[in-house]
Design a protein around this ligand. Structure first.
Ligand code: M6R
Length: 626
């Protein structure tokens, strides 16, 4: 989704903005732009395409100035084009705005503004917001009824932004520049993330911490409905859009610069796949008592008795996080014997769900900013359910609106295709299942201890599996030109088949379907011919004999079989065309290792097809619109 970066201070703004936009590229975008105050005038450069296209377009033009705003746009209202790119100017070019989010009532606002004489150049909702702010600035509250408008004596643009935002329905993170005012700008948010970095007589603003991290570790996460005035010679001033004063809460950023760089790998995705032994260890760190094997999940401790007594857990999530949720369903039901339902957040929010205060709703999200998941949580809260989160990004919106939760601690995930965040989510869900089976005594202590031991061993097993990278590359070479793929799995590994298929389609643009293996004969079997590669997860203990029958059905129709098998397997090996051997593992924890070769297979196929692995077309890392 759109990325925002802004700077005011003593340095040249342009290089900071460009570097910041490059750091935000992973979010997904299709045009870019910057606005600078140079000799008191606002200069704007924008272009469809990548940041590199913007740089080429700017060439040797003047980029001086120590205040500026930068934006990467992920098209929603209107196609990717120069005119629709941000920043957007007011009618007289006095103001310039960048925006992330969606103004849902933009067309009614646009109509009112057009009647008042405003002329719009772009198709965007963002330009409407710019004109709305301008209109309020010029005409006071004739458009907006704000009783506080007249007796408030703070800066007029600050006021105009606050008043205008009261009229907006939807989500926004914005930064607004004012011509002739090279010392300050304004930032506001509701529903879309925004972080303020505090330097030495300088401020940074960005959609996430990645553009800020190398300059300062002092940050403020702006809350919904807050507007900040950032003047390089003054302390931060924050007010709500209802004109209440807020005290800025300055936090220390815990990320490191290395964590958002490629560290010798060709792509972030590959780095993140290889990081999984470490990220899973980090997810478990401090959560398993080495002496007693007891699990400690501090963020949900106070709700344990409520969870034990719960009639059901409802997991809401999207995409890869939804797949992790499905694995959670299998493992929590199997071990802790709690009824679990897994819902697409986007469907849940519109289906008038039946919920009571006995239900526990767990939102799973890497970014913690996914709009559908946030809205689904709102509904769950309205209906009285206890809401918890499993998130990767510290301080993200979901972590702030839920009553408690568990961080995945996978570190920043930059590749759009989620890999290490997925295994970290599954690790957290395994810890939750184990904690509640311990509390509910649904698994004998001896078995519990074996499971804990196995969980601790997982990073080592993944390490071993990663050494098969070259073999997987060879398999990728054979199938790189396929047009379709089928992924089959059963039980705990059915969601792994779904996730393997999603990884492939996201980054290689090959059509891929995941299916529970036994369902194949109810339809998808019609697709199988000599051209069709089928990836089967056939590790031991997970309905092994049944899977072998499914494999035979595929072979009988000429399909090409790539099987994920347990090391030492003979039976499947004798039937399949290609096999990838997985270290032995308990059934409940196999998803954590079975997904690794599927991630690598997708990566290599995408690379061989010359696809942009880290920034696949049309995709955004964090989907902050509906
Ligand atoms: O940040 P979230 O986990 O809430 O994101 C959910 C999905 O948008 C995300 O998992 C998406 O499917 C990824 N591109 C998967 O690789």
């Amino acid at each position: 989704m759109c990325g925002i970066v802004a700077y005011v201070g003593g340095r040249r703004a342009f290089p900071i903005l460009i570097k910041g936009l490059q750091r935000l590229e992973y979010r997904g975008y299709d045009s870019a732009g910057v606005g600078l105050i140079n000799d008191k005038k606002i200069i704007t450069y924008k272009q469809a395409g990548k940041v590199s296209d913007l740089l080429e377009f700017i060439g040797d033009s003047d980029t001086s100035g120590s205040i500026g705003i930068g934006h990467t746009r992920w098209a929603t209202h209107g196609p990717p084009s120069q005119i629709n790119s941000h920043p957007h100017s007011s009618s007289n070019s006095q103001f310039s705005l960048i925006h992330n989010g969606i103004i849902e009532n933009y067309s009614s606002l646009k109509k009112v503004l057009e009647e008042k004489g405003h002329v719009f150049k772009s198709d965007t909702d963002s330009e409407v917001l710019m004109h709305l702010i301008e209109d309020v600035y010029n005409n006071g509250n004739d458009l907006v009824d704000d009783p506080k408008w007249d007796d408030d004596d703070d800066n007029t643009l600050f006021k105009a932004i606050r008043v205008a935002l009261n009229e907006v329905v939807g989500a926004y993170a914005i930064v607004v520049l004012e011509e002739g005012n090279p010392n300050e700008f304004y930032a506001a948010r509701k529903g879309s993330p925004l972080v303020i970095g505090i330097g030495n007589s300088e401020y940074f603003v960005a959609s996430d911490a990645s553009p800020i991290i190398e300059y300062t570790d002092k940050v403020i996460y702006l809350e919904d409905g807050e507007v900040a005035k950032l003047n390089k010679n003054q302390d931060v001033v924050i007010k709500t859009i209802l004109n209440e004063d807020k005290s800025p809460y300055i936090q220390k950023l815990e990320q490191s610069l290395e964590s958002i760089e490629k560290g010798g790998f060709d792509h972030f995705m590959l780095k993140e796949i290889f990081e999984q032994p470490k990220s899973i260890t980090d997810t478990m760190r401090g959560r398993i008592n080495p002496k007693t094997n007891d699990i400690i999940l501090g963020g949900i401790k106070e709700f344990e008795s409520q969870i034990v007594a719960a009639e059901r857990i409802i997991i809401i999530a999207c995409g890869t996080s939804w797949h992790a949720g499905l694995i959670g369903e299998y493992i929590i039901e199997d071990l802790a014997r709690i009824n679990v339902e897994v819902e697409y957040a986007s469907e849940f929010r519109y289906k008038n769900p039946i919920l009571t205060n006995k239900d526990i709703v767990i939102a799973i999200s890497q970014s913690g900013e996914t709009a559908d998941t946030l809205s689904a949580l709102e509904i769950a809260q309205e209906k009285g359910a206890l809401t918890l989160g499993i998130c990767n990004v510290v301080g993200s919106s979901i972590t702030r609106v839920t009553s408690g939760g568990v961080y995945t601690h996978a570190g920043p995930e930059i590749g759009v295709a989620s890999t290490k965040a997925f295994t970290a989510q599954v690790t957290v869900l395994s810890l939750i299942a184990l904690r509640f089976c311990q509390l509910k005594k649904t698994v004998p202590r001896g078995n519990y201890n074996f499971l804990i031991k196995e969980l601790i061993e997982i990073p080592k097993k993944i390490e071993k599996l990663l050494s098969l990278n070259k073999d997987i590359m060879k398999i990728a070479m054979v199938f790189k030109d396929a047009s379709n793929f089928l992924y089959l799995g059963r039980g705990f590994n059915f969601p792994v088949a779904l996730e393997g298929a999603l990884k492939l389609k996201e980054i290689s643009y090959i059509h891929a379907e995941g299916y529970p293996a036994a369902e194949m004969k109810h339809g998808p079997i019609a697709l199988i011919d000599e051209e069709m590669p089928i990836v089967v997860i056939a590790t031991r203990k997970e309905n092994y004999e049944k899977i072998i029958s499914n494999i035979q059905e595929v072979k009988a129709r000429g399909g090409k079989l790539i099987a994920i098998v347990t090391e030492g397997d003979i039976e499947v090996k004798s039937i399949a065309d290609y096999c990838i051997e997985i270290p032995k593992c308990f059934r409940e924890l196999t998803p954590l290792i079975n997904i690794i070769p599927l991630q690598l297979l997708s990566y290599h196929i995408a690379l061989m097809r010359n696809c942009d692995v880290d920034q696949p077309r049309n995709l955004a890392k964090s989907v902050t619109v509906e």
